[in-house]
Write a protein that binds this ligand. Structure first.
Ligand SMILES: *Cc1c(COP(=O)(O)O)cnc(C)c1O
Length: 506
């Protein structure tokens, strides 16, 4: 009834009255008057909304009013704490874009810290005292990485992808490479297309006009780059002849896009990179590949076949490869462009490059990550560690955690007078699969051992929500009415944090 509603509204104190409340006055001194007033307004607005929606009667409003100072303090604490927080990734998706993709190596963090807290030689040549270039800090490491593998005449990392080792780019051409860094791989593709094909045409297979999560669409990036997309072939089949027939005097570039997040199976055909490279050379056009993930190590070492690495593409004769720094490379968000030095120089002189350049902290993180590769210290890179975990290693950690959950829960049940044998929370182990994620190796999975949780009083979705409310939040997935935890993506030191939290909901 309107009269009652307005009576309820009249019971609400004003912001000024609350600012003078003894419990809150000291808060204003500590956290500032403006922050306190904001918190008060937010809490009062919530109450007004509840009254307006008829959710509060007089009694429950009185109760809420009694707890008002506490509610304001809670609101204030929340508004003054960080919104960006660490979480525990128990999804088993190693490169989870929503969870920040690759966690950094601790050496990368240390290097960020050192670089962030002081001035640095970011663009300063210490030998000459003159202005330097920011990319030299990482280009020198890429040179080492590519020279080491490319200059020795070693067979390609993945012969299947590259075709036969005798074709493709000779070793001496691989060493004439340069690498530059931009904000992310989307920016790398934009910069490359605009630098090499503005006003001209780029030939792409219809089967590669992909959309990567978060609205990166090849046709859209193409139009932003002022290049014209020339589609060839069909969704499932494209031959090298299709490319050849589409070449005109307007053609500036042949583009291959890695199908990062899907696979086309069945009646399919796609030219090999070697064939495309041969065509590109014959017609004097550059061949670019948007590789997406860009591994700098041999993925077969973790049991993943058919996922090309950066070197595979370069060896096959691709002139320019673009890839992300925070996918299979395991570094910070960045877009890397490696290719023939002359082409890279054209990208560097484009004014877009300046607009897309990255901060010193990214260089610091990237330099430390690349140094781990140069030193062969793959264990320093968290995502490589996670990929290398065997099912047995994961199983033994999962067993410890499961035993703890089940013993705690049955104890808890006894303490609360519940019949034994029917604990609230039950954990069991089952086989499952972890995935790489982040647009890498869409069909590749790694065998794992999962913890499946079933709660007597909570639905799987509710339990999943409770896990997200933990501190730090625990992110799990729901399948067949069970909550599944995959410890592959959980740092071993976090196992006990999960155990502690689950004991509290047992
Ligand atoms: C992931 C991906 C992108 C986008 O990379 P970002 O670094 O997220 O900008 C572009 N192309 C392909 C093929 C990808 O896999």
């Amino acid at each position: 009834m309107p009269a009652t509603t307005s009576a309820l509204f009249q019971k609400l104190p004003s912001t000024d009255e609350l600012l003078q409340h003894p419990q809150l006055r000291s808060r204003a001194e500590r956290d500032g008057h403006a922050a306190l007033a904001d918190a008060i307004r937010a809490v009062l607005a919530r109450l007004r909304e509840q009254i307006a929606k008829d959710r509060l009667d007089e009694k429950s409003l009185d109760l809420a009013l009694a707890g008002l100072p506490d509610a304001v303090e809670r609101q204030l604490r929340q508004s003054l704490s960080y919104s960006l927080r660490p979480v525990i990734n128990a999804t088993g998706v190693i490169l989870h874009t929503n969870l920040g993709r690759a966690p950094l190596a601790s050496s990368a963090f240390d290097h960020i810290r050192q670089t962030a807290l002081a001035y640095s030689n970011l663009e300063f040549d210490l030998a000459t005292g003159e202005r330097g270039k920011r990319d030299i800090h990482v280009d020198r490491l890429f040179q080492k990485l590519f020279a080491e593998h490319g200059g020795t005449g070693a067979p390609p990392l993945q012969a299947e992808h590259a075709g036969t080792a005798t074709h493709g780019c000779p070793a001496d051409q691989i060493s004439a490479l340069a690498t530059i860094i931009v904000n992310n791989n989307a920016a790398a593709v934009l910069l490359a297309l605009n630098s090499l094909a503005e006003g001209g045409e780029v030939i792409v297979s219809r089967g590669e006009l992909v959309e990567i999560g978060g609205s990166f669409r090849i046709p859209d990036v193409m139009s932003k780059s002022q290049a014209t997309l020339r589609e060839v072939g069909t969704t499932n089949r494209t031959r090298v002849d299709d490319y050849e027939r589409a070449i005109t005097d307007r053609t500036r570039l042949l583009l291959r896009v890695h199908r990062s997040n899907f696979a086309i199976t069945g009646f399919t055909e796609q030219p090999t990179l070697i064939e495309l490279a041969e065509l590109a050379r014959r017609r004097n056009l550059p061949l670019m590949e948007d590789l997406g993930s860009g591994a700098l190590f041999d993925l077969r070492s973790v049991g993943i076949a058919n996922e090309p690495g950066v070197l595979d593409s370069l060896r096959a004769g691709v002139d320019l490869v673009t890839y992300s720094g925070d996918k299979l490379l395991g570094g910070p968000q960045s877009g890397l462009i490696t290719g023939r030095a002359g082409l890279v120089a054209r990208l560097r002189s484009n004014s877009l490059f300046r607009a897309l350049r990255v901060d010193k902290l990214i260089y610091a993180a990237l330099e430390a990550t690349l140094l781990a590769y140069v030193k062969g210290d793959h264990a320093a890179v968290p995502i490589l560690r996670m990929m290398r975990l065997s099912k047995d290693e994961i199983a033994s950690r999962a067993e410890v955690l499961t035993a703890r959950i089940n013993s705690r829960t049955s104890q808890g049940g006894q303490q609360r007078g519940l019949p034994t044998g029917s604990p609230k929370l039950r954990a069991e182990l089952c086989d499952g699969e972890s995935v790489i994620g982040g647009g890498a190796a869409p069909t590749a999975v790694l065998p794992t051992r999962l913890i499946a949780l079933i709660h007597r009083d909570l639905s799987a979705d509710d339990l999943c929500r409770r896990l997200r409310q933990a501190d730090p939040p625990i992110i799990a997935r729901v399948e067949d009415a069970r909550v599944l935890l995959d410890l592959r993506t959980v740092f071993p030191a976090q196992d006990s944090v999960i155990g502690d939290f689950l004991s509290s909901v047992a």
